[in-house]
Design a protein around this ligand. Structure first.
Ligand SMILES: [Zn+2]
Length: 144
């Protein structure tokens, strides 16, 4: 019993998260990061992030679809009253990807440099710090 408690305490010291959404973002050691969408095996709807059950047919089986790293910025805004833990201002945008899906993501860079209809590409960067003060890395889009 005492042994178990000790192991648990040591685990608590480890960083709790490295990547904000490991189910959405894949960062291969020897390749470029990509986002993971999920296609419903029953009706074919593609969702990012994954919705379970499928909102169209209530299907519960999905296949992972790697998304393109480049897309077109549909719309964006700078945020001054943000989510807890996030440094403001930051920029959020909608990006249209070739897989015919529009995703919502943070943009990396200066707000005045972005224009709707321009190409952006996937990158990764710190989102905020975890309970241990270590950066949590998430997906973002930047100008190409
Ligand atoms: Zn479905």
């Amino acid at each position: 019993m005492a042994e178990k408690k000790k192991i648990k305490k040591e685990k608590e010291k480890e960083p709790d998260i490295t990547f904000f959404h490991p189910d959405l973002l894949e960062v291969p050691e020897d390749g470029l990061p990509y986002l993971k969408a999920y296609r419903c095996k029953k009706c074919g709807q593609l969702d990012f992030p994954k919705l379970n059950p499928c909102p169209t047919c209530w299907g519960e089986e999905f296949e992972m679809v790697p998304l393109s790293r480049k897309g077109i910025l549909y719309s964006f805004s700078d945020i001054y009253i943000g989510a807890p833990g996030l440094e403001t201002p930051y920029i959020m945008g909608y990006i249209d990807l070739p897989e015919d899906i529009r995703i919502f993501a943070q943009l990396a860079g200066e707000v005045k440099t972005f224009k709707c209809g321009e190409e952006v590409e996937l990158t990764i960067g710190p989102l905020k710090n975890n309970a241990d003060g270590l950066p949590i890395i998430s997906y973002k889009f930047q100008k190409v």
